[in-house]
Design a protein around this ligand. Structure first.
Ligand SMILES: Nc1ncnc2c1ncn2[C@@H]1O[C@H](COP(=O)(O)OP(=O)(O)OP(=O)(O)O)[C@@H](O)[C@H]1O
Ligand SMILES: O=P(O)(O)OC[C@H]1O[C@H](OP(=O)(O)OP(=O)(O)O)[C@H](O)[C@@H]1O
Length: 214
């Protein structure tokens, strides 16, 4: 019997699309996969162990090798800068990172402030623009920051744009397009190459098929 493959799955909005991809690739996932509070789900039939993690933590589990593989948004990859390989763009959970703020406003000239859940990405972006800004780390409801005067700008995820519109904010710049990626621990990739290559091939087939039917 071949080794078990441990896969870190992001709980939350990516989960369902990621599970659907795996099923479309022919992997049999039990019903408990869709409706359970368990954090570890063993699928013996496929020789998979799934661990269900916070999306931002997925690359951490993979870097440390407690998961061989993981599924993570490109936003998380850019922010976390973990020592993992990106194997495949799964083309799911599409969105983008953008700079937004109140309409007709400029960065404060003396003490510009940017609120975000992505401090590294935001700092790198403004550095490249030649702006020295103070980054204020928030964990959610980022759109509040410019409205209540905590910051001049935010760097946040935009998907439909509804949250910006409903809070009277506008997008100033699009930073980077985001989709979810299949990532791997470098040592696992060497040691379990056959199983991982099979998984990548099957997922790639589905991803390509989905692109054609879109
Ligand atoms: N509208 C969106 N807002 C946030 N993330 C999105 C959106 N659309 C797609 N994504 C992707 O989903 C991932 C976030 O998923 P989710 O919102 O479940 O996690 P989270 O932000 O860590 O949530 P929480 O902290 O509320 O548990 C992001 O990393 C991104 O790649
Ligand atoms: O463009 P939209 O489709 O409106 O999506 C973007 C919003 O969704 C995310 O927030 P989330 O729902 O994860 O809540 P949070 O503020 O707690 O992070 C993101 O941070 C934006 O606020």
């Amino acid at each position: 019997m071949s080794d078990v493959l441990t896969i870190a799955m992001p709980k939350g909005r990516i989960f369902e699309e990621a599970a659907n991809l795996l099923r479309e690739a022919g992997f049999k996932l039990p019903p408990e996969f869709d409706d359970s509070r368990k954090l570890i789900i063993d699928v013996e039939e496929e020789n998979f162990r799934f661990i269900l993690a916070k999306p931002m933590d997925v690359p951490t589990y993979v870097e440390h090798g407690v998961a061989d593989l993981g599924i993570a948004g490109k936003d998380v990859m850019l922010e976390e800068e973990r020592d993992v390989y990106e194997l495949l763009d799964l083309k799911i959970s599409a969105c983008y990172l953008a700079v937004a703020g109140l309409p007709n406003t400029k960065l404060n000239e003396i003490a510009p402030r940017v609120a975000t859940k992505y401090p590294k990405v935001a700092a790198a972006y403004f550095r490249e623009q030649g702006s020295q800004v103070e980054i204020i780390k928030l964990n959610g409801s980022i759109e509040l920051a410019p409205i209540i005067g905590l910051s001049d700008r935010i760097v946040d995820i935009v998907s439909t744009g509804k949250t910006l519109v409903e809070n009277g904010l506008i997008e100033y710049e699009r930073i980077v397009d985001i989709t979810s990626r299949l990532i791997v621990n470098p040592a696992s990739y060497r040691m379990k190459d056959e199983r991982i290559s099979d998984l990548v091939e099957r997922l790639n087939h589905v991803v390509k098929g989905n692109a054609l039917t879109r």
